[in-house]
Design a protein around this ligand. Structure first.
Ligand SMILES: [Zn+2]
Length: 342
């Protein structure tokens, strides 16, 4: 199994992070990548650079061009504002009522920052665009491996599953899992399944494929009644139009452990039977020692989740999402991938 990682992903070094009204150091740090790389090397897996330049057509299948332009050019405009901080951090988002009344994207970078994000947790620095594109390229490379019938792991940092076609949030800028799913579709898979096991609902991925029956989306996550992203992720959200019935959310109560989590993972996998290829949004933050945690999954749970995915018998592009305990995530990745390859 190939692992994809690009050293340019280190160019993203977000600092700002606000939690419960307290300013903290951002959890989405380079050390996460180092822990995951060490685990891959320890498992004897080869680390490969993704295609360069990144296949941007796959990214444009998911994201609007005006949003990509903002990600690429926004920081330079931000840096030119007198008194600006080192990163784009919005503090004003359009309310749904403003949008109803004709609200539109303004020419000023401060307004654009609020328009193209929906929280303050995806700060954009000087190196963010370069890193996000390299991260997406890893997802494309893993999808190409899966299209050829082989499992692969994309070490995506920054992660992606909270990103919408036109909006960043929660550490996510480009939706790498959606990019991988689109790449698999373009590579000939008639139906692609996405299984998201990050502790946080994969709301961006849900939305991107909401009206489609060619990409089936499943998310196993902490109940949004008490967990980010708060507003969506409920069991009743099943998709619309052609996609009606093809999104499945499996929200779990705080503290759910291995058995309850694995039951939901298996339920999700059954809903993906009949697909031709699988993308796994692999968050490692369902673990009990996760600093942003909500569930109580143990180390062994991740090995058993990998085994359950193997049981589906589909080539699998594993895309890294969250997981912020740098002491734990390497071991958890090793266990998941070990279960996947058997
Ligand atoms: Zn997460």
């Amino acid at each position: 199994m190939k692992v994809f990682w690009d050293e340019r992903q280190r160019a993203h070094a977000p600092a700002f992070f606000m939690l419960r009204g307290a300013l903290l150091t951002n959890f989405e740090v380079e050390a996460r990548a180092d822990a995951l790389l060490a685990a891959c090397r320890g498992a004897g897996l080869g680390i490969h650079a993704p295609p360069d330049p990144a296949p941007m057509n796959a990214v444009r299948e998911v994201h609007a061009q005006d949003y990509l332009d903002f990600l690429r050019d926004g920081h330079a405009a931000w840096a030119a504002i007198p008194g600006a901080g080192p990163e784009i951090v919005p503090n004003s988002h359009p309310a749904p009522e403003m949008l109803e009344d004709g609200g539109r994207v303004p020419p000023h970078i401060m307004g654009q920052a609020g328009w193209y994000t929906y929280d303050t947790s995806a700060p954009i620095g000087a190196g963010t665009w370069e890193a996000a594109v390299a991260s997406a390229a890893c997802a494309v490379a893993a999808a190409d491996e899966a299209a050829a019938g082989r499992h692969a792991y994309a070490l995506c940092r920054p992660p992606g599953h909270h990103a919408y076609p036109r909006r960043a949030a929660a550490h996510c800028l480009i939706n790498n899992a959606a990019v991988a799913a689109e790449r698999l579709r373009a590579g000939g898979a008639a139906r692609v399944g996405v299984l998201d096991i990050d502790v946080h609902h994969g709301n961006g991925t849900q939305h991107i494929f909401w009206r489609r029956d060619d990409v089936r989306t499943v998310s196993v996550h902490g109940d949004p009644a008490a967990c980010y992203p708060w507003f969506v992720g409920h069991a009743g959200e099943r998709g619309a139009e052609a996609g009606a019935g093809w999104n499945l959310n499996l929200p779990l109560a705080r503290g759910t452990g291995d058995e309850g989590w694995l039951r939901a993972v298996r339920t999700g996998l059954r809903a993906l039977e009949g697909c031709d290829a699988l993308v796994v949004s692999l968050g490692l933050d369902a673990h009990r020692d996760e600093p942003l945690g909500f569930l109580g999954v143990g180390d062994d749970g991740f090995a058993r989740a990998g085994e359950a995915v193997r049981g589906l018998g589909l080539p699998c592009a594993v895309v890294q999402e969250g997981g912020y305990n740098t002491e734990a995530i390497g071991g958890l990745l090793g266990r998941f991938l070990g279960g996947l390859v058997g």
